[in-house]
Every structure is written in C-alpha cells, then in structure tokens.
Design a protein around this ligand. Structure first.
Ligand SMILES: [Zn+2]
Length: 237
C-alpha cells in the first residue's frame, strides 16, 4: 500500500496506477452522477421484473409442485433495457469527455461503447434471468419448507426491492460504460496500451491487474462493484 503521492501524481492522477481510495479514482465523480440518475429506474425495473410471482407462489403452494417455477415466472427484461441504455449512454459519454481531456482530442463514440450498447439487451436478459432464478429458488425452498404463500411472497418482495442489488448493478454497469468511453478515446488518439487503475481496498484479483495492458485486454469492471478505472499508461509518454 502506498502512503503518499508526489506532486506529479497529484497533478496527473490518471497517469499513475493507484488512487488513494475509490472516491479519488478518475471515474468516481462520473459514476456517482450516473448512479444517482439511474439507480431508481434500475430498481423499479427489477422490482417489476417478475410481476406474476404471487400467482406462481399460489399455484406452487396449492399443488406442492416446484418443477416449472422459473419458467412460469416469465421474466420481463424489457423493463430493465431502457434504464440500462440510459445509464450506458450517459456513462460512456462522460468517459469519452474525460478521455478526451486526457488525450487532448475531441470526444467520440467509438467501437467499444457501441458494442456495449449493442449488448444491452443481452445484459438486461442476464440480469433479469438472474432475478427470476433467485425468486424461483426462494419459492422452491419456501414450498419445500411448507411456508405459507404470504410468507413466501413477502420474502420475494424483499429480494425484488433490495436497493443494494440495484445499486451494485447500476454502479458496476456505469463503470463498465465509463471505461469503454475512456478506452475508445485512447484508441482514437493512437494509444496501444491502457493503464488499469486500482485503489486501496480493491480486491487481490484487481490489484494483480494494476498497471499497463495492451488495448484488447479486458477492462474493468472485473466483478460486481469493481470500481477500478482505466487511464493513459505511463509507457506512452
Ligand atoms: Zn476492480
């Protein structure tokens, strides 16, 4: 762990590989903005993503059959998609602006950000299917344990309205999009490498990735809630 910074590091924190804390990372301000603008929409979409669960619970409790619960939940990824597209668009453009400041170019919309937006329906599907699997598992174990329908419904409701999960998803996806914006900017200015920037408190897997990478390597987030950023690598000075 580092204890302090040189003047150059304070003036050009993006060119150095370690910020003091997550709140000092170059992406921190942008991600916070995106989270505050989109978390509620993400949370609402998740809360409504399996609207027929009370019927599924009633049927499973009445029949004792837990076979087709996840299929019967019929998840609605279309609710999450607009929120995801909104947050990707905003975070990616904030990343492009910061990246443009870093490289001295004009903000552009590049391939990595475009690919992320193209992938938004798949991401919405995956997140919503995970929600449905979790809800399905709660219903299955509730029925197996002989819980009442209203007890099961109440547990499902708590999970669907869990703002920690909505926050984690919003922050992680904001960071993903922000970093594509920076990366596209680096590529547009001819950089062939990027710097993986970690922070005190980052996990061991991320710390192992700290430093210079060729463009084409994976970029953060490495995992849910990963707040690592990317920046200009020192080797291209
Ligand atoms: Zn990380």
């Amino acid at each position: 762990m580092r204890s302090g910074f040189s003047t150059a590091e304070l003036l050009y924190p993006l060119t150095k590989a370690r910020a003091t804390s997550a709140s000092k990372l170059p992406n921190a301000k942008a991600n916070k903005k995106v989270v505050s603008a989109h978390q509620q929409a993400v949370q609402d979409a998740i809360a409504n993503s399996v609207p027929n669960y009370p019927d599924v619970v009633t049927e499973a409790v009445d029949s004792g059959d837990t076979g087709d619960i996840v299929d019967n939940l019929d998840p609605k990824p279309g609710l999450l998609l607009p929120a995801l597209i909104g947050l990707y668009t905003m975070a990616r453009s904030l990343g492009a602006m910061d990246g443009a400041k870093l490289t001295g170019g004009d903000p552009i919309q590049g391939d990595n950000g475009n690919a992320l937006l193209d992938n938004a329906p798949t991401m919405a599907d995956n997140i919503t299917n995970t929600t449905a699997s979790t809800v399905g598992a709660i219903i299955t174990s509730g029925v197996t344990d002989g819980q009442s329908a209203s007890d099961i419904n109440s547990t499902v409701g708590d999970v669907l309205n869990n703002d920690q999960r909505a926050n984690m998803i919003t922050l992680t996806e904001a960071n993903r999009a922000y970093n594509t914006g920076v990366l596209d900017q680096l590529i547009a200015s001819g950089e062939t490498t990027f710097e993986w920037i970690t922070y005190d408190g980052a996990c061991a897997d991320c710390l192992a990735l700290e430093g210079t990478h060729p463009v084409g390597d994976d970029t953060p987030p490495l995992h849910p809630n990963c707040q690592c950023a990317i920046g200009l690598s020192g080797s291209t000075d």
